[in-house]
Design a protein. Structure first.
Lengths: 406, 539
């Protein structure tokens, strides 16, 4: 089976279509970043408090928001998180509520507000859905429902751990009722728990609190990492090829990053630390792709000395088309699997990769190659020797005395 | 099969065995449960897969500096009084931002030399500079200041580690956080109650220095007997081991009768460090705060000749004789070895938080989320891998089998690397594994496409394979090096989960260089060696 046997598409001829396509997306992205959604920064860079809560039933975000408002947290945002069937909410507090004087004050207030909805029958009792295994073990040690003697401590610690494991690993973090534990631990223990614990309708899945100092640090780190990556690329390519190849590759990667961030802005998806990691990865991937085409161009320049650069480039792209589409397709398949099955936590990350793979592949053909040719044409117009030939003495003309080494 | 090929096969099998060991370690039993358990031992899960708490704290180093400069002010005032030098006032103009700077106002010009000499002699860590209107700024020398701040952070790390150990957290991470100033990273896997941990980390009253009234006794009963069956009301029995005691009773615990009241607590201790006593023997030098010094002086001057017990967490660490009244600096000596002195200094230091800590970042992943993340990650990995494996089979036929074998090999080596290096697997790390599959298969595609091209141009299978590998090799190296460099930058600049991603990416790509080129080639050579002349290559 073979998809792309001996194609002969004039890619360079279509460069104006490519350019307009890129321009539309870039401009749309830029406009969105400037005037519409801005660049949506995640809590890692913005600072703030995030509390992910899972409910045992379908929660009502508006009612929860009202509760939190009443508790004095005015700028909270409450939204559904993930699939509707997960019954999860995300509660966000801004950086104002997240001062370093008392970093977790916002989180504590949220939890109190949520627990405040529980009925009066639960007064004085602890919430089993939000207790640590240590609190459970301490309670059991005190009440001693199994009348254990010498080895009470390790036994009750193990029982507490079993309860917590059942709650977290089997029942996804929220117990429906204390009786539901009857299959897991001794009934005497269950009865004893009923005296000291109640079961609320929610469990805290995940908490992220980022203070202003750390937010600023991470922003700086992200920018530095990106700049170093680009610089490294430029240097490596300039060494392996000519400097114009390095410049072309950097411009290509810049275009890819711009469009990816633009799409995030248009879709109002948050950019977190892992999204930055994905963007750096797609820079690497796009670069790979560009190098494959450049390698073939370099090889063909040596072979087909008499031809025009634009013909050589076209031929090179056609020759590598099979590999390019295949690799893009296969990598896209794996990244798509991530996007579909990888869960909500990786959603931003996998989205960045999905966009990145597509754009990265496209840009090697549509942006990098035309830049090379355009530069050479410009130099020829100015009467200079065309320089986009990756050899120290190469002129693109015949030079029988030259010895070329791979 | 020619000899070269045999050797190459041996190399491949050897590599396979080595890395399988890396994945499984040394399993207790070979059932499927035993194997899964041994994988869990070898491969460490990150916080986002295991559940746990991640904290970034900042040590308020200026607190420690303030303690030192407060001490300096007290000493200066006393010394100036003793030396009959006059001054109008001694203040700290900016204790918040410049705790190291003290201003002495109103020193008469004729006392300038005496004053400067006094500071040079008595406050060796400080230097003077003249200021307008007969004032002098006395500030800590910059190198001493930097040293003090760094030591404060190190001391805080040790203290916190000590306290976390008491909680019995498995595999905690407590280290300096390189991305910021005076910041500490604390990672506590499996801790589902950050409030309690934070409370414990910040508590201060764990070290006490009390008077020892009796002991060492070999048991509680022996102690009671000695005291006539009844303990004095102001004393309590405490277990302990006297490290440098004159009795060589190393085995088992001794009991001591310790007074309830403390002469000095952890609050009063500034630091402790290994030193030598007047005989040149190893000893521990401790430094108290100015307030602590005052208290200790009044205690020790009234108890010369008595025994002093250093108590950590209600366990006696050390008993020593009070030779003379001690103010803020003292030597604890006994028959210590150098090692014992280091240990005791560390114990003393770890009882004292040198400065306040402020929390900058807190992340808590509940174990339910961790378990779900593992499930989704593994599901996505299997889906992605299957898609690629099946596609390669369909598109490249028997060469596809070649690629699939290389891919599986790649995974084994990747996981083996992680096992050997003790690398941490995070959720983005699992994504990195999936990505490695996608990018790794690219190498195979490059080679196979080239082989197809050469075959189309009329080359023989053997020649086509050789040309394919030769031409593709350069490109493979280029692409792998650039991505590995990218991943290395990610590793340096990234935090926890992102580091995990960079790790799997780098290991995966490195493994790929081996499998896609060496292993694939060997398989091709083996297939070619079994073909008849003119038989086509299935690709």
């Amino acid at each position: 089976m073979e998809f792309f046997r001996n194609t002969n598409i004039d890619f360079l001829g279509k460069k104006w279509y490519f350019l307009s396509f890129s321009l539309i997306f870039s401009v749309a992205g830029l406009l969105s970043m400037a005037f519409w959604h801005g660049i949506p920064l995640g809590v890692d860079f913005r600072g703030g408090t995030l509390v992910y809560v899972k409910y045992s039933h379908t929660p009502d975000p508006d009612a929860i928001h009202a509760d939190i408002d009443r508790a004095g947290l005015k700028n909270a945002r409450v939204q559904r998180y993930g699939l509707a069937s997960n019954n999860e909410l995300l509660i966000q507090l801004d950086i104002q509520e997240t001062s370093e004087q008392a970093l977790d004050k916002g989180k504590t207030q949220i939890i109190q507000a949520l627990e405040g909805r529980a009925s009066s029958a639960s007064a004085g009792k602890q919430d089993l859905n939000n207790s640590s295994s240590l609190a459970l073990a301490n309670y059991l040690l005190e009440k001693d429902p199994l009348h254990l003697g010498m080895d009470a401590n390790p036994r009750y610690t193990a029982i507490a751990q079993a309860i917590v494991n059942d709650r977290d690993k089997v029942k996804s973090g929220v117990l429906d009722s204390i009786d539901g534990l009857k299959g897991v631990v001794d009934p005497a223990v269950v009865a004893s728990l009923g005296d000291g614990f109640f079961v609320s309708d929610f469990g805290i899945r995940n908490v992220e609190i980022v203070g202003p100092q750390v937010g600023q640090q991470l922003r700086k780190q992200a920018i530095l990492a990106t700049l170093y990556s680009l610089a490294g690329m430029l240097v490596y390519l300039a060494l392996r090829f000519e400097w114009i190849y390095g410049v072309a590759a950097v411009l290509t990667v810049f275009h890819d990053t711009l469009i990816t961030v633009g799409v995030f802005s248009l879709l109002n998806k948050e950019i977190s630390l892992t999204v930055i990691a994905a963007i750096l990865t797609l820079i690497g991937y796009s670069n790979n792709d560009t190098i494959v085409v450049f390698d073939r161009i370099r090889e063909n320049i040596k072979l087909l000395r008499r031809e025009k650069l634009s013909d050589i480039v076209n031929k090179s792209i056609n020759q590598t088309l099979s590999r390019t589409i295949l690799t893009a397709g296969l990598t896209f398949l794996t990244v798509l699997a991530l996007f579909l099955f990888g869960g909500e936590v990786l959603r931003g990350f996998s989205l960045a990769l999905v966009i990145g793979i597509l754009i990265g592949t496209y840009s090697s053909i549509a942006i990098a190659a035309p830049i090379l040719v355009a530069y050479q044409d410009w130099r020829t117009e100015r009467g200079q020797r065309p320089i986009a030939m990756p050899m120290r003495t190469g002129t693109g003309q015949n030079s029988p005395k030259e010895k070329i080494k791979v | 099969m020619n000899k070269n090929l045999t050797w190459k096969w041996i190399v491949i099998v050897a590599v396979l065995v080595v890395f399988v060991l890396g994945v499984f370690g040394n399993p207790a039993n070979w059932s499927s449960k035993g194997l899964v358990a041994s994988i869990k031992d070898q491969i460490h899960l990150g916080l986002d897969l295991r559940g746990g708490t991640h904290l970034i704290l900042q040590v308020q180093v200026n607190d420690a500096v303030n303690v030192d400069s407060d001490n300096a002010i007290a000493r200066l005032k006393e010394d100036m009084r003793t030396h009959k030098l006059s001054y109008a006032d001694i203040v700290k103009p900016d204790p918040v931002n410049h705790p190291e700077t003290v201003v002495v106002k109103g020193v008469p010009p004729e006392q300038t030399t005496d004053f400067k000499n006094l500071v040079t002699d008595r406050l060796t860590d400080y230097e003077t500079a003249s200021a307008p209107e007969n004032s002098w700024t006395v500030s800590m020398k910059p190198s001493i200041l930097a040293d003090l701040k760094n030591r404060a952070v190190q001391q805080a790390i040790e203290t916190i580690r000590n306290r976390i150990d008491a909680l019995g957290v498995s595999e905690p991470v407590i280290q300096e956080h390189g991305l910021g100033a005076y910041q500490i990273l604390v990672q506590l896997p499996g801790v589902d109650d950050p409030a309690r941990v934070k409370e414990i980390m910040q508590s201060t009253a764990m070290l006490e220095i009390k008077q020892s009234l009796g002991g060492p006794y070999s048991s509680e009963q022996a102690a009671l007997q000695d005291k006539g069956g009844v303990l004095p009301p102001d004393a309590v029995l405490m277990p302990g081991r006297s490290i440098g005691s004159t009795r060589d009773n190393e085995s088992g615990e001794n009991w001591y009768l310790i007074s309830r009241a403390s002469a000095v607590t952890g609050r009063d201790l500034r630091t402790a460090e290994p030193s030598t006593d007047e005989n040149g023997q190893p000893a521990v030098r401790f430094i108290l705060t100015s307030e602590g010094g005052r208290k200790f002086y009044s205690f020790t001057s009234g108890h010369v000749g008595d025994n002093l017990a250093v108590v950590l967490d209600n366990k006696v660490q050390e008993v020593a004789v009070i030779k003379e009244a001690i103010r803020d600096t003292g030597i604890i000596n006994g028959r210590f070895t150098q090692q014992q002195v280091q240990d005791l200094s560390m114990t003393l230091r770890s009882g004292a938080l040198p400065a306040g800590i402020k929390y900058l970042e807190e992340r808590t992943v509940g174990p339910s989320l961790g378990a779900d993340s593992i499930k989704s990650g593994v599901r996505a990995a299997i889906a992605g891998m299957l898609a690629v494996l099946i596609f390669m089979l369909i598109y490249y036929r028997w060469a596809g089998v070649n690629a699939d074998v290389a891919l599986i090999f790649n995974l084994i080596i990747l996981l083996g690397f992680m096992g050997f290096f003790g690398a941490v697997l995070t959720l983005p790390g699992i994504a990195g594994v999936i990505l490695t599959v996608g990018m790794g298969v690219d190498s195979n595609v490059l080679i196979f496409e080239r082989i197809r091209e050469e075959l189309r141009n009329g080359k023989t299978p053997a020649s086509a394979v050789e040309q394919g590998f030769a031409h593709a090799w350069i490109t493979i190296v280029d692409t792998h090096v650039t991505t590995i460099v990218s991943a290395a930058i990610l590793f340096i600049f990234g935090t926890g989960p992102v580091k995990g991603f960079a790790t799997t990416l780098v290991f995966g790509l490195a493994a790929n260089l081996f499998t896609a080129v060496f292993v694939s080639r060997v398989i091709f050579d083996w297939i070619l060696s079994r073909k008849q002349r003119g038989e086509a290559l299935s690709i």
